[in-house]
Design a binder for this molecule. Structure first.
Ligand code: FEO
Ligand code: CA
Ligand code: CA
Ligand code: CA
Length: 655
């Protein structure tokens, strides 16, 4: 034991079946254990979890809700102790608090304050169990830390101090309290973690109506409606979330946050040079010349994919000097947005998913600068504006603008240079670089509104306007890209360059459906997959894909009926004869999405974040549809938890 078996990285595991069980289902020969769940003590002095004795003070020291991204950083040279870094994306109040009848029911001020503390990030020391692929937390580990919605953070980079981020509590515009809706993330080569702030809009409300300039819809373009849902309404307990009182507080969210988990006293940094949008996450790659590149998707229907290129080069080594230097890399550089150009005639992209005559959805791409050499590429708008209102800036590229940098008529923007218009994508999620072939992979999770109407038609990079999906008890062809897809590209002018060559790697769905595509692999041999979300690679370069919101159908063999199926984690080779041979590795309990996935460097463990188990219609603390992982009578309600999956014989995961 200790040596990965099957060093070629073949995916020989027996795939798991579709199901609706309230259990984490793993292949034969595998086991799982729960590492950390909602409410487990993290910081020293944290009380044991008691769902009936929750307080903001307790939650601020305990593991947060809805675990998502997972990072894993070494603490020793022997592979025995690591730091587990986990995002807590959002809260399900109806599954946290008795008496909250639904996800739209109002909550008390105390519950709102607990929910704030259940957001953020956890850092937990973990220890290998014996010589297995299983891991357990270290109680009171000296680096254990909770970061919440009130932890002080520093705004760094070009937006720090700008007028767009000044508030009455922080007139200098440099110190923000907290991070929100941390979805995916990444580990940097210099030993820090990056955390995307995604759907931050939902936390902001308004005590009196707010209006904005229609030429510059700073709120509307980010989905900030001033009518926060009843369960949130944080502005009722903290005026900084009140748009009518603090119009700029919302501009201090939607960033990529960099955390140094090794130093529990370090101040997290909001890296404004990477732009502000609904960051799914961010992942760093080192360019040939030592500069660093960070990819990030903006998870919204018809939004964009971005790339940041640092001005400075990374210093090798882990001494204090190199580390201090590398902690400045994400503060200065160029920001680009992607344009995907197809190589097939437009008439061959008919929205059905039928492959064009050249046999692939593919083409070339251009990275279009928004900020270059410290200058704004939007005439009339400064760099801080471009980085704070990045969506508005990207929308302006290639269009006619007035001398203020606005559309003369915002209802009818005029394209003057089509080659500079970025491509509106089907909800860009995680973007990861394959460590073996160097290619970049982006998950496009779905887009129910790509329905073929004006501005919402298919293009070669987003080719579906109709597809099969399951909802409300029926499985049928519906408008839009229901199951999502995965794009693969190579940077053709160097990693930091402005050109790439792309192709669709897979079009998700039921392989029996003609619109699906698995890199050309025999579809009778692959597992069905729907709504790719987070991506991960094992050391052999196999792509692992976790899903969120599967709309697959499932045939119940016993009854012959059709039903939905749980989300899960899938693995697929990206190279060789098996390229495209996708197989289901695990499924998560009922109502959950599968997030996180993290495969350890020795390939003996795969961590998954089981997010929102029991999040189904009508499910509450007292009438839950999931009791995973604790089960009755211990805790008869679900707890979002990080689990680790490993081979019973200690071998390589995937084998
Ligand atoms: Fe939080 Fe884009 O998933
Ligand atoms: Ca083509
Ligand atoms: Ca995600
Ligand atoms: Ca998700």
């Amino acid at each position: 034991p200790g040596r990965p078996s099957g060093s070629r990285g073949d995916l020989t595991f027996q795939p798991v079946e579709q199901n609706l069980q309230d259990e984490l289902i793993v292949p034969p020969g595998y086991r799982y254990s729960v590492v950390m769940g909602w409410g487990d003590p993290v910081e020293r002095g944290a009380p044991a979890f008691d769902i009936d004795a929750q307080t903001p003070e307790a939650q601020a020291k305990q593991f947060g809700y809805n675990c998502d991204y997972i990072g894993f950083l070494p603490l020793d040279g022997r592979g025995q102790r690591f730091l587990l870094v986990v995002n807590h994306e959002y809260t399900n109040e109806q599954l946290m608090f008795r008496g909250v009848a639904s996800e739209t029911a109002p909550t008390t001020p105390e519950q709102k304050k607990i929910a704030m503390m259940a957001h953020g990030i956890s850092v937990v020391e973990v220890q290998r169990e014996g010589n297995s692929g299983s891991w357990k937390p270290v109680r009171d580990g000296e680096r254990n830390r909770r970061i919440t919605a009130v932890t002080p953070m520093e705004l760094t980079g070009p937006v720090a101090g700008s007028p767009y981020v000044r508030t009455s509590a922080d007139p200098r515009g440099r110190t923000v309290l907290g991070t929100l809706n941390n979805c995916a993330g990444g580990m940097t080569p210099w030993g820090t973690t990056l955390h995307g702030e995604e759907n931050f809009n939902q936390y902001f409300g308004a005590s009196t109506p707010v209006t904005e300039n229609p030429k510059e819809p700073r709120y509307a373009r980010y989905g900030i409606t001033a009518s926060a849902p009843p369960g949130r309404r944080w502005h009722e307990v903290d005026p900084r979330f009140d748009l009518a009182r603090e119009p700029n507080e919302v501009n201090r969210f939607g960033w990529v946050v960099e955390v140094d988990p090794y130093d529990p006293r370090s101040t997290p940094k909001k890296r404004t040079a990477l732009g502000r949008f609904k960051h799914e996450g961010a992942n760093v790659q080192i360019a040939e010349d030592g500069r660093v590149v960070a990819y990030s998707g903006d998870d919204e229907r018809f939004d964009y994919i971005y790339k940041f290129v640092s001005r400075k080069k990374m210093k090798r080594g882990n001494d204090r000097h190199a580390r201090a230097h590398n902690l400045t890399l994400l503060d200065e550089g160029d920001l680009y947005v992607a344009r995907f150009v197809g190589d097939s005639p437009a008439a061959e992209i008919d929205g059905s998913g039928r492959l064009p005559s050249d046999g692939e959805f593919d083409g070339w791409g251009q990275w279009i600068p928004l900020v270059k050499d410290g200058r704004s590429m939007i005439p009339g708008k400064d760099v801080a504006w471009v980085l704070t209102f990045t969506r508005l800036a990207a929308d302006r590229l290639g269009k006619r603008l007035d001398r203020n940098g606005d559309f003369p008529d915002p209802a009818a923007p005029v394209v003057v240079d089509a080659a500079k218009v970025p491509t509106r994508m089907d909800r860009p999620e995680d973007i990861q670089v394959n460590p073996v072939n160097g290619r970049v992979y982006a998950a496009l999770t779905n887009n129910s509104e790509r329905n073929g109407t004006a501005g919402r038609g298919a293009d070669e990079a987003n080719p579906l306007t109709r597809s099969f999906g399951y909802s409300n008890g029926t499985y049928a062809e519906r408008a839009g890209n229901r199951n999502g897809h995965v794009i693969e590209w190579e940077e053709t002018r160097g990693i930091a360059g402005d050109r790439f060559a792309w192709r669709i790697f897979l079009v998700a769905g039921d392989p029996a459906r003609p619109e699906t595509y698995f890199a050309g692999y025999d579809k009778s041999k692959v597992s069905a997959i729907s709504c790719p979300d987070n991506l991960e690679f094992d050391p052999a370069g196999n792509l692992w894909i976790s899903t969120d919101g599967s709309v697959l159908s499932r045939v119940n063999q016993a009854e012959g009926t059709v039903g939905g199926t749980n989300d899960g984690l899938f693995a697929v080779p990206t190279q060789g004869r098996e390229r495209g041979h996708l197989k289901a590795f695990l499924t998560v309990p009922l109502g959950a999405e599968c997030s996180g996935p993290l495969i350890t460097g020795d390939a003996r463990s795969v961590f998954v974040a089981v997010q929102h188990p029991g999040e189904t219609s009508g499910s509450t603390v007292d009438t839950p549809t999931s009791t995973w992982p604790d089960r009755r009578p211990v805790r008869p309600y679900p707890r979002p938890s990080v689990a680790v999956v490993f081979r019973q014989d200690g071998g390589r995961v995937g084998s």
